[in-house]
Structures are given as structure tokens and as C-alpha cells.
Ligand binder design. Structure first.
Ligand code: GLU
Length: 296
């Protein structure tokens, strides 16, 4: 069914969008937990999207394993999971749409040719330099600022054209860029609310630029703090973040719950944990179950 923007306020549709490059770890559980709590506190839907677009980083069976991990922690998703690798046609269609509007251009620059930091200097924006072949595709970013409210961190202002410049939507290896596919998927799935880790706060302005150009409604966003190790380093697959202990689900759930700033819950099973956690989340973010009725 097509997404009806008139329902945008009255329906809550959230999602968790893991990249199956390995099992969930304690850090990625935080994003899963926050998005799950927010969806359930709004009596909304919580969708699972497998972000397997970056084929070289995908590990076979990781997606299935992630689903088992979520289920073991009592986090059940609504609807069939969406797999990005099955959606290549729609990504192509949307890029064609942007291209027809003159918003896409081929870029020949290699990483070595670009300044190490700062915005893309626009080298290929008016045509490729003599004798060069396009490697990647970039979006022609309109001038202007993006202002939005992050439900965790407050008001944000970014000037994408100045800070980032024309950014890549198709990488030199031919893979559609994360920024592009995430916006198309959120738009096509009618996602009203994005709750994810703070490492993606920086991407939000770029995603808003794309969403506007593609005619999608703007989802609300909340970026939750990242879980850190004792050294203050962000937990990630790259630094071998502690694997989740599924033999002790209460301990694992409480670890993420406390990292979100709550007092530990003593619950005897996952159902009891969520039954206690959801109302606490609702009260912290002043979510009333009749919000959707009032807003409609
Ligand atoms: N797939 C991304 C990740 O695992 C998350 C994308 C998103 O939530 O927008 O980091």
C-alpha cells in the first residue's frame, strides 16, 4: 500500500536497520532497544530492515543470526523484514528520477585527489576533466541550511552544501551509497520515526536533502548516545566490541538499558523486562498512548 502522508502524525512506523556484517554486539543493541522502546511506547510498528547493500561487508548468516538475537531478547518485529539487496531496481529508478532533473553527475576524483577534510570542492560538477572517466555518482546539493530537532540532542543546523558538498550516491565499486538507500527505504516504507545511534546524527542533514529532492515526508529523528568501553571508545565491530551474552538475557538487556540512562530493572524474563521498560520510556519522553488520537 502506498504511504499516505496524511497519516504521518497518526501512525508511528519505526525501524531497526542493522548491517549484517556480523552479529549484534552490546553497542548495536542500544540502537535496537531505543527504537523498539520508542515504537512500542507509541503503540506503533517496529520494522526490521536488513541493510545488506554493501555486499563485500556482508557475512553469510549474519542477518539470520541477528534475527535470532532479537527474538532471544524478546524483540519481535512487525511485517516481513526488508532486504536492501532485493531492492536494487527501486534505487535505480530513484536515481534516474534525480538524474532527469539534473541533480546527479559522474565524478572522476579518486580519494587521493581530494582534500583530506572538508567539502567536496566540486571538481567534476561542471563536467569531467579532459580524458577522465566517471568513477562514482554525486548528488548536486542545493544551497541552504537544514534545521531539525533531534529528540535526544535538541535543535540542529547544518549547511550540507558548505560542510559536505556534493556527496556520493553511487560508490566507485558500483554500490549504492548508504545515504541514498536509507532515504529511499525510509521513504518507501513510510517510516515516521528514526531512532538510531549518535554516530549517524551527522548523516541526517544529508538524508533530509535527499528526502526533500525525492519528495518524501521528513521523519522525526532521535539519536541515542553510543555505548563506550572502559577506555571511552565507541563499541563497534571494528574494535571487537563485546559480543552479546544471550545466556543471560536480563544482564544483556540491562546493560543497554543502563547505557540509555535508566536504573536497572529486575525482571524475571524478557516479557516482564519490556512490560516494565516501555512505560518508563514513555514517561521519560512524555509519550502518551493517546498522542496519536490527539494529533490526528
Ligand atoms: N545500517 C546502519 C548501521 O548498521 C544503520 C542505518 C540507520 O539506522 O540509518 O549502522
Amino acid at each position: 500500500m502506498a504511504f499516505n502522508p496524511l497519516h504521518a502524525v497518526s501512525h508511528y512506523r519505526g525501524r531497526f536497520a542493522p548491517s549484517p556484517s556480523g552479529p549484534l554486539h552490546n553497542g548495536s543493541l542500544l540502537a535496537a532497544m531505543a527504537s523498539y522502546l520508542d515504537a512500542r511506547a507509541h503503540q506503533g510498528q517496529w520494522l526490521l530492515r536488513i541493510e545488506d547493500i554493501d555486499a563485500p561487508r556482508v557475512l553469510p548468516y549474519a542477518a539470520r543470526y541477528i534475527m535470532q538475537q532479537l527474538a532471544a531478547l524478546g524483540m519481535y518485529w512487525d511485517e516481513e523484514p526488508v532486504w536492501q539487496s532485493h531492492r536494487l531496481d527501486i534505487y535505480q529508478q530513484k536515481v534516474d528520477y534525480l538524474r532527469e532533473r539534473g541533480l546527479v553527475y559522474g565524478c572522476a576524483c579518486t580519494r587521493q585527489e581530494l582534500p583530506p577534510e572538508g567539502a567536496y570542492p566540486g571538481t567534476c560538477s561542471q563536467g569531467l576533466p579532459e580524458g577522465r572517466q566517471p568513477r562514482s555518482l554525486r548528488l548536486r546539493v542545493p544551497l541552504g541550511t537544514e534545521q531539525f530537532e533531534d529528540r535526544w540532542s535538541g535543535p540542529q543546523t547544518h549547511n550540507v552544501a558548505k560542510e559536505v558538498g556534493d556527496f556520493i550516491i553511487q560508490r566507485a565499486d558500483g554500490i549504492w551509497a548508504y545515504q541514498l538507500v536509507v532515504v529511499i527505504d525510509d521513504g518507501e516504507q513510510g517510516i515516521t520515526d528514526i531512532v538510531r545511534g549518535a554516530d549517524l546524527l551527522d548523516s541526517t542533514a544529508r538524508q533530509r536533502v535527499l528526502a526533500r529532492l525525492l519528495g518524501y515526508p521528513m521523519p522525526r529523528v532521535m539519536h541515542v548516545p553510543l555505548m563506550r568501553d572502559e577506555m571511552g571508545r565507541k563499541l563497534s565491530k571494528q574494535n571487537h566490541a563485546a559480543a552479546m551474552d544471550l545466556t543471560r538475557p536480563m544482564k544483556t538487556l540491562n546493560l543497554a538499558w543502563q547505557a540509555l540512562g535508566f536504573e536497572p530493572l529486575s525482571a524475571s524474563n524478557t516479557t516482564a523486562f519490556w512490560a516494565a521498560a516501555i512505560p518508563q520510556w514513555a514517561s521519560r519522553f512524555q509519550i502518551t498512548s493517546d498522542r496519536h488520537i490527539n494529533a490526528a
